[in-house]
Design a protein. Structure first.
Length: 218
């Protein structure tokens, strides 16, 4: 199985440079990754590089804390799409979920969904900060709002994707939504385990190493 088409080739560190972004795009085209996943400030640059390629552009919204107001998240998503992004990974209102304020969580996702109707929306629930019951609620809200994917993690909190969480998410959302496993996926064995558990997209910064392990040079 060629794992490259399932990978969002990711560079979200705050000190990323334009030369690193250019390299990310070149690697994505060379290896056939699904997207590059970058912070919103780099979307237009990626668009200029990738516009004649098959690689899509993913960006993150309300990242990494999820604590922006819903209106700001919505505006940020709109501007990112205008700049060339076709996939939006938004962070939920984690504090509202932990505070048992479900309407705030669902309204937050819904407003961004309304701003991204012609784009792919992935909802980052930050599994490492949630109980299983909270994970189930977050997944239910994402599904109810018409999101395309549930994404496990930002990669900037206390933990990343686990096989157990992928299985739980798949049980809640059913077979038709996507799952993006993200955070801590640094080798082929881990990547394959996530996909066997039910993920159909992977967020990785170690993408080249993973696919090189998948297709070693002999």
């Amino acid at each position: 199985m060629n794992i490259a088409p399932y990978i969002d080739h990711t560079l979200l560190k705050p000190n990323a440079t334009i030369s690193e972004i250019e390299k990310l795009c070149q690697e994505a085209m060379e290896y056939g990754f699904a997207t590059v996943c970058v912070n919103p400030i780099w979307v237009a640059d990626c668009q200029s590089i990738l516009q004649l390629s098959l690689v899509d552009i993913c960006t993150v919204i309300g990242f990494p804390l999820g604590s922006n107001t819903s209106a700001v998240k919505s505006y940020e998503a709109i501007k990112a799409i205008e700049a060339g992004a076709s996939e939006i990974d938004m962070v939920i209102n984690i504090g509202a979920l932990k505070s048992s304020l479900p309407a705030r969580v669902e309204d937050d996702i819904n407003l961004v969904r309304q701003s991204t109707m012609n784009s792919t929306l992935k909802v980052i629930i930050e599994t490492c900060l949630l109980t299983d019951a909270e994970k189930e609620l977050a997944c239910t809200f994402a599904k109810n709002c018409g999101a395309d994917f549930v994404k496990t993690s930002t990669g900037f909190s206390t933990g990343g994707a686990t096989v157990e969480d992928i299985k739980l998410i798949r049980k809640v959302i059913g077979p038709n939504m996507g799952i993006k496993a993200s955070g801590g996926i640094r080798d082929l064995k881990t990547a394959q385990a996530m996909m066997y558990a039910g993920a159909n997209r992977l967020g990785c910064s170690a993408s080249v190493a993973i696919v090189s392990e998948d297709n070693p040079v002999v």
